[in-house]
Design a protein around this ligand. Structure first.
Ligand code: SAM
Length: 286
C-alpha cells in the first residue's frame, strides 16, 4: 500500500497516471502524517459513523478514515482521481464522481441507511464557504464538520469581537454551531505547496433555536454594512430591516446595548439578544 503522506509517492502516482495537480480544482494533496492523525482524531470516528468526504483526491484521508468508520462516501469531481481511488478503495468506501455542489447529500445519507453523518474534508478552497453553508443552512443531518480551510477563513470563523477578522462569517458559523481550531497547517504539508497557510476547523453543529435565522442574518448583515457607522445608524440604513432610527434606538435599549456602540463590538450573544428583540417586536405588532 502506498503511503500518501510521502511526497515522492504522490508525485510518482500522479506521474504514472499522466496527471498534474489541477490548480483550478484546488488540488493540494495532504502529505503530513501528523496533520492527518489530528484530523482523524478530531472527527472522533467510530464504527457507527457515516463519513462524507468532499474531494478525496488520491485518498490519503479516505483510507485512514475507512479504518475507523462504518462507511465513507467520498465525492470527487475529477474523473481521473476518482478512478485511481476506486481501484484502491476499501470495501466500506463509496466513491461518487460528481461535483459536490450538485450532489444531494441528504439523499446520500438516507440511501446509506444512516440517520446522520459527519463531514470530514481537506476542502478545495475555491468553494469552501458554499460547501460549508450548503450543509449548515439546509439543516442536513450532519452533526460534525472537520474541515481544512484557508487560514484566513479559519481566522474569520474563530474571530473575537472588535478584531479585524470578526464579521459575518464568524457570526453565521456561530449561529449554526461551535467552531474550534484543530490545527494550523503550513504550506509544506501539501503537494504541491499552496500559496496560503491553512487550518483545520471543527464545527459541532447545534443551530440556535431561540431566534430565527432570517432575522439574525438581516441584523448581522446590517451591522457590518458600514464599519465606520454606529450600529444604530447601520440598522436604520438597512433597506432589508426597514426600521427608523428611533426604532433602532429602542431595540438597542431593549437589548441593553449602548446607543453609540459599533456592530463589531457586539458578541454573538449580543446579536442573538438584539435579533430576539426585533423578532418579539415584529410578532407583537403582527
Ligand atoms: N483529500 C485530498 C488530500 O487531502 O490530499 C485532496 C484534497 S484537495 C485540497 C481538494 C480535492 O477536491 C481535489 O481532489 C479536487 O479534485 C476535489 N474537488 C475540487 N472541486 C470539487 C467539487 N466541486 N466537487 C468535488 N470535489 C472537488
Amino acid at each position: 500500500m502506498n503511503d500518501l503522506t510521502i511526497k515522492t509517492n504522490v508525485r510518482r502516482i500522479l506521474a504514472e497516471n499522466g496527471l498534474y495537480p489541477k490548480k483550478n480544482l484546488g488540488q493540494n494533496f495532504l502529505t503530513d502524517a501528523h496533520v492527518l492523525s489530528k484530523i482523524v482524531a478530531a472527527a472522533d470516528i467510530t464504527r457507527d459513523d457515516l463519513i462524507i468526504e468532499v474531494g478525496p483526491g488520491l485518498g490519503v484521508l479516505t483510507t485512514e478514515m475507512a479504518k475507523h468508520a462504518a462507511k465513507v462516501v467520498a465525492i470527487e469531481i475529477d474523473t481521473n482521481l476518482a478512478a485511481i481511488l476506486q481501484a484502491n478503495a476499501a470495501p466500506n468506501v463509496q466513491i461518487i464522481n460528481q461535483d459536490v455542489l450538485k450532489t444531494d447529500i441528504g439523499d446520500i445519507i438516507a440511501q446509506s441507511g444512516f440517520f446522520r453523518a459527519k463531514m470530514v474534508a481537506n476542502l478545495p478552497y475555491y468553494i469552501t464557504t458554499p460547501i460549508i453553508f450548503n450543509i449548515l443552512e439546509t439543516g442536513l443531518p450532519v452533526d460534525t464538520l472537520v474541515v481544512m480551510v484557508q487560514k484566513e477563513v479559519a481566522d474569520r470563523m474563530l474571530a473575537a469581537p472588535s478584531t479585524k477578522a470578526y464579521g459575518l462569517l464568524t457570526l453565521s458559523v456561530a449561529y449554526y454551531g461551535r467552531a474550534s481550531l484543530v490545527a494550523n497547517v503550513p504550506p509544506n504539508s501539501f503537494h504541491p505547496r499552496p500559496d496560503v497557510h491553512s487550518a483545520v476547523v471543527k464545527i459541532d453543529v447545534n443551530p440556535r433555536q431561540d431566534v430565527d435565522h432570517p432575522i439574525f442574518a438581516a441584523i448581522t448583515k446590517a451591522a457590518f454594512g458600514n464599519r465606520r457607522k454606529t450600529l444604530q445608524n447601520c440598522l436604520a440604513a438597512s433597506e432589508q430591516l426597514g426600521i427608523t432610527k428611533e426604532k433602532a434606538a429602542q431595540l438597542l435599549a431593549a437589548a441593553r446595548l449602548p446607543e453609540n456602540i459599533r456592530g463589531e463590538a457586539l458578541s454573538f450573544e449580543d446579536f442573538v439578544r438584539l435579533a430576539g428583540q426585533l423578532q418579539d417586536a415584529r410578532s407583537t405588532t403582527g
